[in-house]
Design a protein around this ligand. Structure first.
Ligand SMILES: Cc1cc2nc3c(=O)[nH]c(=O)nc-3n(C[C@H](O)[C@H](O)[C@H](O)COP(=O)(O)OP(=O)(O)OC[C@H]3O[C@@H](n4cnc5c(N)ncnc54)[C@H](O)[C@@H]3O)c2cc1C
Length: 473
């Protein structure tokens, strides 16, 4: 565990004058379709001088907020402070695809290879249970939660083989429930059928994370916005506005973890980008056979993901934005016209009837990728510093499991959760530059090339097999 973390001051940033927002509220509203429709985004007050807490949490995303939530459930007397550089939900937690799934960045088979079968199955069960736990809390936080399942289209013979292999693997492990939907029941162009995984819900991510922050505040948690943490050390968290002394500290900065020099190579910030259409008619949704609450993808290698929003739009995203040298994170990287064009083209290839639909929103953000694509939760009783992250694109529900687990670890509880195989896992660091830049971008290009090869030849791509382990397959 890193006893001391300091923010790299070479990264340009906007530390606000005390009490004055660094970025206007309407800029936050423009961060994504979700932010624009999540209600009041007026920043809360920041830290005002030195303070004290039992637990200080760095980062007001879902990892930080779920941790506060479950800590309070375990001990309502705890004094908890959340320190957030911008506003709660500013990062990936407010901008994502809204898939509340049981997906974990490492497959069951690869977890079994790393940790043995019982541990791999325990992890799968915990992920599936997590959807119900989010549903339980979401009952009191309006966020359009709807458990509709995921349709994964098979649009070629190669993709159909991958789908059927996934269904067979799930049946062999006996935990996930994934079935096959025939060609006649799916509405994507060229689909030979689809796998259907019932363990997924769709939701409005910014409503969830902002609602969680408000509910925590109502229960006495101090949420300090516009408060950038500049250094973390055992028992204290430093900011330009004062120092918080705390018995225990949780670092929950996911992709932004790379902005601390001590953890620069721990997590690679990778951008995922999204578009949203105008609301579409019920007749359209009947034609494409996507019901409310359903999410969708297909079996290509360069990931795409979509949902039908509560107000009948497509919210549709995918990978393909390049990794930026030195793990840089900049507001301008949230928008890449080339990727937006690719997303639009892909959406209309899948659903030609959406050709005329207006694209009303375009956005993106950094998620966090560990070198071995293995998310983890860690707590060091010696330094009393905890952290969780490395969820890649599967953090919406996994953050909830992380929050519950951190709450157990920080309160010295020995539970089924603290024995899960991701607890204490330490991923290797990413390579220094230029190797990191070359490797990450080569991996991305390879996956795009593998999709082209499979489309043209109709055979499984060798590139995908060779590069797969690098990109988490
Ligand atoms: C476009 C996109 C689509 C995605 N789609 C999905 C999906 O559909 N399903 C899914 O499961 N996952 C998805 N993900 C991933 C998921 O959103 C993340 O894994 C998850 O939200 C991570 O939550 P977090 O709280 O750990 O990190 P974040 O939400 O990134 O929160 C970290 C917070 O730390 C703050 N911070 C950073 N530095 C400092 C500092 N020095 N001081 C104080 N605060 C700081 C940031 O401002 C930020 O608010 C997607 C991600 C993206 C970007």
């Amino acid at each position: 565990m890193d006893p001391t973390l300091t923010v790299d001051r070479s990264t340009p940033r906007k530390t606000p004058a005390r009490g004055r927002p660094s970025v206007a509220t309407d800029v936050y509203r423009g961060l994504s379709f979700w932010h624009g429709t999540a209600g009041d985004l007026t920043p809360r007050a920041g830290l005002d001088g030195d303070g004290e807490a039992d637990v200080a949490i760095v980062g007001g995303g879902l990892t930080g907020l779920w941790t506060a939530w479950y800590l309070l459930e375990r001990d309502p007397t705890l004094r908890i402070v959340v320190l957030e550089k911008e506003i709660a939900g500013f990062g990936a937690s407010g901008r994502n695809g809204g898939w509340c799934s049981a997906l974990f960045p490492r497959s069951t088979a690869s977890l079994e290879r790393a940790h043995g079968r019982p541990a791999a199955l325990a992890m799968r069960r915990a992920m599936i249970d997590t959807i119900s736990e989010v549903e339980r809390v979401a009952a009191s936080i309006p966020c359009d939660f709807a458990r509709g399942g995921t349709i994964a289209y098979a649009r070629s013979a190669v993709q159909e083989r991958a789908a059927r292999a996934e269904i067979a693997e799930a049946a062999a492990y006996g935990v996930d429930e994934i079935g096959w939907r025939g060609r006649e029941s799916v509405g994507a162009a060229g689909a030979r059928g689809a796998s259907f995984d019932r363990n997924c819900a769709s939701l409005h991510p910014a409503k969830l994370v902002r609602g969680l922050a408000s509910a925590l505040e109502a229960r006495g948690v101090r949420i300090l916005e516009h408060t950038e943490v500049t250094a973390v050390s055992p028992g204290s968290v430093a900011t330009a506005r004062g120092v918080v002394t705390a018995d225990r500290v949780v670092v929950a900065t996911e992709g932004y973890t790379a902005t601390f020099p001590a953890t620069r190579r721990r997590i690679l910030p990778l951008y995922s980008l999204m578009i949203a259409t105008e609301p579409l008619s019920d007749a359209f949704w009947d034609e494409v056979r996507i019901a409310h609450g359903e999410t969708f993808t297909d079996y290509r290698h360069l990931l795409i993901y979509g949902q039908r929003t509560a107000d009948n739009r497509f919210a549709f995203g995918g990978r393909g934005a390049r990794y930026h040298w030195g793990s840089a994170i900049r507001a301008r990287y949230d928008r890449a016209p080339r990727v937006f064009k690719h997303l639009r083209r892909t959406l209309t290839e899948l659903f030609p009837a959406a050709r005329g639909a207006e694209i009303t929103h375009r956005w993106g953000g950094p998620l966090g990728v560990p070198r071995d694509w293995h998310a983890s939760v860690r707590y060091d009783p010696a330094t009393r510093i905890g952290r969780a992250g490395g969820y890649v694109g599967d953090g919406l529900s996994t953050t909830n499991l992380a929050g519950r687990t951190l709450a157990d670890l920080l309160t010295d509880a020995d539970t089924d959760l603290t024995r899960l195989p991701w607890v204490g896992h330490r991923s290797p660091d990413w390579e220094p530059e230029p190797l990191r830049f070359l490797g990450a971008n080569a991996g991305m290009l390879a996956m795009a090339a593998a999709d082209v090869v499979e489309r043209v030849t109709g055979r499984s791509s060798l590139i995908a097999k060779v590069m797969g382990p690098l990109v988490g397959h």
